[in-house]
Ligand binder design. Structure first.
Ligand code: XMP
Length: 513
């Protein structure tokens, strides 16, 4: 069975992934493609609806981005968001201009008034907040279109042509600040495009297992298991599909969090697969001796990881397929130009060119993180695995600032465990996207009992974020921070000070190194 599909054409907006996530949340499958997609490719994709994203440009400028000619004659419903809305106006006989001092330039939360007779706003509040971010506006609404929303400043906030099923909104329904935003997207999908809601993780799981079985046959599959959500869900999928034909190599590089290795092993007990936990702790420590530069740490760990994996692969003998837990945001990101590398992300799940396999299989490459978690649940992975916060490939190596030693790693592991434990006890896990301890490279003076101490300072870091590109520091209640701090200084030797990081990203990054 094939899913209904929505096509999201990206015009360079920053919210393309967010739009896609909202559509999927409404149980409709969608993919993000560049605005340059040709008409024949669009036809072949066969979408039930198209969404134009926002973009930084002005539609009337030379060299601005425009969709394939003929797209408006395909008979497919279109929803244009911000720049996308202006494209509708520009191409269908309206007029878009710079908002200058016409009062129509809007940024941020804006009280907006909707005409509920328009299907997009059907059944929703007549007035609510929308999130605006536009410097241009539709001076003239195109022929055949009706004005269906306005704000205090701007008369032309949304347009619709019911006949041709074209809808345009100046604001961003995909952003959380827009009240009823997801409901508007849902209306577009179900009431305009005729979606039936056939995208669920349960049906995807069954289909995926069948596909893996028919592709792999009796061949062998190798997978690098990091213990993170993506590689674990990928492993569970293959375990369910091909059982003992799967070998997972789990490299324990000694840079994992407390008890992590055992937890991973336990989660996979229920499947009959070959799980090979390689103890490479000494080896990694030796390679990292004396190294303080973060990028060098990453490079060494990445390379060493591949060496270990290679050696283990040789022991197993020839395997036909390599399974990898690449997910959709990675795929979309990698398609973007000019993405500057701030840190060379080494993904332990992701692997090397050296591998000589018939084929690499990436069953999660069209899924968002939330969907991967849901798939994991469907497969019966425990909640502590599917809800695991992101953990960087280089592990604790980039959280021990400066030189890495076993002693420092042990101190950090204990402090980090206490932090996570208290967050769990306070039931705050789902409110924080990533939280961990860092062993700063600083010793300071303290007093304990009657004596002076000169010991390490631990920093606590916690962020809330939608996509990790930007992040805000978490406002954890003082009482919880207080408990974490007093437990760390009391229970972990050689720590006499605990600091809380109150910097957002940018200018800081999530990790310290
Ligand atoms: P930064 O520090 O770049 O982190 O703001 C953003 C997210 O990426 C994770 N991160 C990494 N993940 N290998 C990884 O697999 C890395 O080298 C790496 N560096 C940062 C970080 O934990 C956060 O979730």
């Amino acid at each position: 069975m094939k899913n209904q599909k929505i096509l999201i054409l990206n015009f360079g907006g920053q919210y393309d992934q967010l739009i896609a996530r909202r559509v999927r949340e409404c149980n409709v499958y969608c993919e993000v493609k560049p605005y340059t997609m040709t008409l024949s490719k669009i036809r072949a994709f066969d979408p039930i609806g198209i969404i134009f994203t926002g973009g930084p440009d002005s539609v009337y400028k030379e060299n601005s981005y425009h969709p394939a000619e003929g797209i408006f004659e395909l008979g497919i419903p279109i929803l244009g968001i911000c720049y996308g809305c202006q494209l509708l106006a520009h191409h269908l006989g309206g007029m878009v201009t710079a908002a200058e001092n016409e009062n129509a330039r809007e940024y941020g939360k804006t009280l907006t008034f909707y005409d509920n007779s328009c299907l997009l706003f059907d059944g929703l509040d007549e007035e609510s907040i929308s999130w605006m971010s536009h410097g241009d506006y539709m001076k003239k609404v195109p022929e055949g279109f009706k004005l269906v929303a306005h704000s205090g400043k701007c008369p032309n906030v949304a347009i619709c042509d019911k006949e041709r099923k074209f809808y345009g909104v100046q604001f961003h329904p995909e952003v959380n600040h827009t009240e009823n935003g997801t409901a508007m997207i849902r209306n577009f999908l179900y009431k305009v495009c005729g979606a039936v809601g056939d995208w669920t993780m349960e049906s995807y799981m069954h289909r995926c297992i069948e596909e893996i079985r028919s592709k792999v046959g009796k061949d062998k599959v190798l997978l690098a298991l990091s213990g993170g959500v993506d590689s674990s869900v990928c492993a569970a999928l293959f375990a369910e599909a091909v059982g003992t034909q799967l070998t997972c190599v789990f490299v324990d590089h000694g840079l994992l969090r407390k008890d992590e290795g055992d937890e991973v092993e336990k989660a996979f007990e229920k499947w009959n697969i070959n799980l090979n936990r390689v103890n490479a702790k000494e080896r990694f420590l030796k390679k990292l001796e004396g190294i303080i530069e973060p990028e060098q740490k990453r490079k060494i760990i990445g390379e060493e990881f591949i060496r270990v994996f290679e050696e283990e692969g040789k022991k197993i003998g020839r395997t036909d397929y390599l399974a990898q837990g690449t997910i959709y945001p990675d795929v979309i990101e990698s398609g973007k130009e000019n993405a500057e590398t701030i840190k060379s992300h080494h993904n332990v799940g992701g692997l090397p060119d050296f591998v000589d396999f018939k084929e690499i299989i990436e069953p999660l490459r069209l899924l968002f993180k939330d969907e991967v978690r849901e798939l994991g649940r469907q497969l019966g992975l425990p909640e502590y695995m599917v809800m695991r916060q992101p953990f960087p490939g280089p592990g604790l190596a980039i959280r021990v600032i400066g030189e890495i030693t076993k002693e420092k790693l042990d101190i950090l592991r204990e402090a980090d465990f206490i932090f996570r434990d208290e967050i769990a006890k306070a039931r705050m896990e789902s409110q924080l996207n990533q939280y961990f301890a860092v062993l700063t490279n600083m010793k300071s003076v303290g007093v304990m009992g009657d004596g002076r101490t000169y010991d390490w300072a631990i920093a606590l870091r916690s962020v809330t974020t939608e996509d990790f590109m930007t992040a805000d520091w978490s406002r954890i209640p003082y009482e919880i921070l207080d408990k974490v701090s007093s437990r760390i200084v009391n229970e972990v030797s050689h720590v006499n000070r605990v600091l809380y990081d109150i910097t957002s990203k940018p200018p800081a990054t999530v990790e310290f190194e």
